[in-house]
Design a protein. Structure first.
Lengths: 195, 195
DNA sequence: ACCTGAACACCGTTCAAGT
DNA sequence: ACCTGAACACCGTTCAAGT
């Protein structure tokens, strides 16, 4: 599986073919199919393998729940951005053990923090949605400089049609990390209000 | 383009090949390439073509900004779910005119509602992230009943490892629409707090 | 200006056959 | 139990050639 991740890192999602993976593995032609059902399974395994989370060591001091949530979610996003193919793999993938582990942890933190049981699932899915959307978006904007230039050019050409987003420089603002954590703060404010 | 959307609706993302599309179009073999650069462009066009938004007719009464935002975003999500392939197409796609139009509208509503300029882009991207994450997730869980059964089975088998999400039935809760709008409310609460 | 078909360089997957 | 290579049924894209 490590080899599949290497290949995806190096060549992107289109670069992984069963034939090339077999090659890279040194093993001859099609022996892969003895170990794995099909290409989908390879993607499932690669995705989950990249999402392992190790909680930071507990110091004696009481941790605050917001900090814990933020830490885990920022790590989640960072893990996926380290392997940009993982974002485009996300749709239609199974939930592997590492993903389930993160959801479990998130549940525990939030319910310990006093989020009502009735709101818990909504809160978790909201955070999930936020992280997944942010990651998918971020990865898809991380294109070549050429592409960025083209997008910028097109937008200024169309500035009469989209005056507001042109003025606020919505598409040019490149502080992705800052936007991510500030938006997360907004969301957590929303949860905290219902506690 | 309508034909491409039909084909995607009928057969999913894997069902669209340049050859089959040409066939369906009645046109012979490879004449597509005179009209379009490559397959990527076909996907770009298909995605945007499905995201047109018509604002609801303005009654004389003053509309509330939360209602407008919720309406547009729920329509956005619904449009994508009507064409499930659009969710998996989202990563790495260009922003077409319909998408830009929605972002422009959102900007206008929020800034009219009094969201500070400094918070505007963060708010918009947060909502974007939320909608995209929710849609991608929803579409990917809408698998065959077989798949759902397998997932459920696996989770109960692993209930010792994931007690909290097992207890809250996180993965079985099927009120997606309700979760979407309740989570959206949380977010808007967060924005309103900063006004 | 628009369409065509053959051709090239790939794919995923199966399967009989090997050790 | 594990690997192999040939074979099948596809792909996206190019390009010389047609109207």
């Amino acid at each position: 599986m490590a080899t599949a991740v290497e290949l995806l890192d190096a060549e992107g999602i289109g670069g992984l073919s069963m034939r090339r993976l077999a090659d890279r593995l040194g093993s001859g032609a099609m022996s892969l199919y003895w170990h794995v059902d099909n290409k989908e399974k390879v993607f499932d395994l690669a995705l989950d393998s990249v999402l392992e989370y190790r909680e930071p060591p507990q110091t004696g001091e009481p941790r605050n729940w917001r900090g814990e949530v933020v830490h885990m979610l920022e790590d989640w996003r960072a893990s996926m951005l380290r392997h940009p193919w993982s974002a485009s793999l996300l749709p239609r993938r199974a939930l592997g053990p590492n993903i389930l582990g993160r959801l479990e942890l998130l549940s525990k933190i939030l319910s310990r923090a006093g989020v009502a049981d009735a709101d818990l699932n909504v809160a978790i899915w909201s955070l999930w949605n936020y992280v997944m959307g942010a990651t998918v978006t971020r990865a898809s904007f991380e294109l070549s400089d050429d592409d960025r230039a083209v997008a910028q050019q097109r937008l200024t050409r169309l500035s009469e049609s989209y005056p507001t987003i042109e003025r606020s420089r919505l598409l040019l603002d490149s502080d992705w990390d800052g936007a991510f954590s500030r938006g997360l703060d907004f969301m957590l404010d929303g949860f905290a209000a219902r506690q």
